[in-house]
Ligand binder design. Sequence first.
Ligand SMILES: *Cc1c(COP(=O)(O)O)cnc(C)c1O
Length: 346
Amino acid sequence: MEINLISDTITKPSKGMLNFMYDSNVGDDVFKQDPTVNELEKKISSLFGMDCALFFPSGTMANQSAINILTIPGDQLICSKYAHVYNYEGGGVSFNSGVSCKLINKPRGLFNHQDVIDAINPPDFYHSPNTSLVCIENTTNKGGGACWDLDEIKKIKKVCNKNNLKFHLDGARIWNACVEKGYEYSDFGKLFDTISVCLSKGLGCPVGSILICKEKYFQKALKIRKIFGGGMRQSGYLAACGIYALDNNIKGLSHDHRRAKEISNLLKESYFVEEVYPVETNIIIFKNKNQFSTQDFINFMDHNGVKLIGMGDNKLRLVTHADYTANHHEKFMNLLSKINAENLLM
Ligand SMILES: *Cc1c(COP(=O)(O)O)cnc(C)c1O
């Protein structure tokens, strides 16, 4: 049996999801005539208490569209040095929108409102790029699934208002953040100009992201999605997965979080581990002691049927998800215990 802890994106649609997909009504979404896409968009915009939502093929395209809508070429956005928009979207910020990033170097992909104030270029100093947008990620991916404190986000929002900055949330894993912290989706809807969310991570859909926005951005969102090649036809089959996931798969996230914490507790007691970063949700980032190279460790785990990835900087990552079952968890925990009991890495 293979245990895949590489990402929560590796999940395959369940029977229930596939059946729901099969039975859905579809139309041509480029003409906005797919009833299932329209239903999903309506469901998500009302969950977040925002005006509009638009279905996208990927989270990258949703983020890139938001950035394009909220900036003009030459602008600068503020984000964490761990941000997905900066690290993992192929340089799209500059390629698609002619925008640069001012990076905040704080642990776990989090920062505070003073960091934002410090990162804003003085608007009257014409030599520097015009700061026009702040992007945050909740939960943080490269930051190890960390959750933002809502009060800090509110403070950043105030800074944005005062300095005429737009505010985008990369909420690829907002579901995990809300389950863990007990926040409502609408708490976030009130604070941001645009929010992207992924259906294809913890919620177990094969494809799909949504850009949620204020009414005034909707036509621009539709246009830029078309320009990026993201207008799809009978995409209701994919949107159906999202509807099914929102109704059925949110509750499973607390199991993912519990299992991640159990794994992290065991790693903390392991002789080969130098440090485990705090685990709040479904992502575990840890560092092995120097003598246990990350590649050797990945290979050893692979031989034992467990897949994980390195994150650079000598760090390793494990992600729990819907297809990581109780059975997988027991096997994996047993393997970690056995490594410890029998010094298997020595
Ligand atoms: C996965 C992810 C995205 C979007 O990724 P796609 O693979 O393009 O769907 C965006 N932001 C974060 C934080 C992510 O983890």
